[in-house]
Ligand binder design. Structure first.
Ligand SMILES: Nc1ncnc2c1ncn2[C@@H]1O[C@H](COP(=O)(O)OP(=O)(O)OP(=O)(O)O)[C@@H](O)[C@H]1O
Ligand SMILES: [Mg+2]
Length: 254
């Protein structure tokens, strides 16, 4: 075993983001490591989703940088983020309503043949994709009444489960989950939590946003707290310091 400290797989350095008069991120820095769940915490409007979208290519930073495996990168689009190994489950979901779960799974990275043709000219392996997607959803025990139906017809929880399942299939490096259990019942939340633990054990860096302190204490190896766009603390969550964590989030004096 080498004794060199592990390198972060992803670092955010001095991130700045403004939306007109709203200063959403004020010099935020954080590191994510493989095999670790990092909780990103903060009250409503603290800047969590904005930071997620900057890491996943939806927004560009106004200043600061994102470093992947030691190299500063510009992530121009969600597709570029995915190519770089960053899978994201957005709070506002980002499934295509008119597509089936399987089409949502493979949208933008369809299985196709023959390999020697340019992508746009190939035939889609629809049945393989359907079979794979069904197998994954089954493995995760996401019960969907009709796999052939567009996701618009599914419940909030079912949609969320599909989005998490999709990220888990393609995860290679970093998985960002923005409130993945917010719309889920107890049983479904449990499945998602188990899945997060599995993603971690497979060596991914997981960034988890949640307002559920029980989930944070159970799963997170480290927590970074944002308040009004600023990073106000970083600690190792445990039952013994849950109160400190909440105080950091809401800004109460300890
Ligand atoms: N596209 C946008 N245009 C203008 N303002 C925005 C935009 N996105 C976010 N904001 C503002 O930036 C601030 C941070 O919002 P953000 O969505 O990042 O918060 P959050 O921490 O994810 O909160 P929540 O827990 O409610 O999801 C808020 O004041 C919000 O109104
Ligand atoms: Mg948010």
């Amino acid at each position: 075993m080498s004794s060199a400290p592990p390198l972060p797989v992803l670092s955010v350095r001095q991130a700045e983001k403004r939306f007109g008069a709203v200063h959403a991120l004020k010099g935020v820095s954080l590191e994510a490591y493989r095999g670790e769940v990092l909780a990103l915490l903060g009250d409503n409007g603290a800047g969590k989703s904005t930071l997620v979208k900057c890491m996943s290519g939806v927004y560009a930073l106004d200043a600061g940088e994102i470093v992947l495996d030691g190299a500063a990168v510009r992530i121009h689009s969600p597709a570029a983020a995915r190519r770089a190994g960053i899978e994201t489950v957005y709070q506002d979901l980002a499934l295509f309503d008119n597509l089936t779960p399987s089409q949502n799974f493979y949208c933008g990275r369809e299985m196709s043949f023959p390999a020697w043709l340019p992508r746009g000219l190939r035939f889609l392996k629809s049945r393989s994709m359907d079979r794979e997607a069904a197998a994954v959803l089954d493995r995760l025990r996401v019960g969907l009444p009709n796999l052939a139906a567009p996701v618009a017809l599914m419940s909030g929880g079912q949609r969320q489960a599909i989005a998490v399942a999709r990220a888990s299939v393609f995860a290679r490096k970093i998985v960002i989950l923005d409130e993945p259990t917010a719309a889920l019942g107890l049983r479904e939340s449990r499945k998602v939590l188990d899945l997060i633990a599995q993603l971690r054990s497979e060596g991914n860096a997981v960034i988890l946003i949640t307002h559920n302190m029980e989930h944070v204490v159970e799963l997170a190896d480290r927590a970074v707290v944002l308040r009004q766009g600023r990073k106000v603390g970083e600690l190792k969550p445990a039952r013994s310091n849950q109160k400190d964590l909440v105080a950091l989030i809401v800004g109460a004096d300890p």
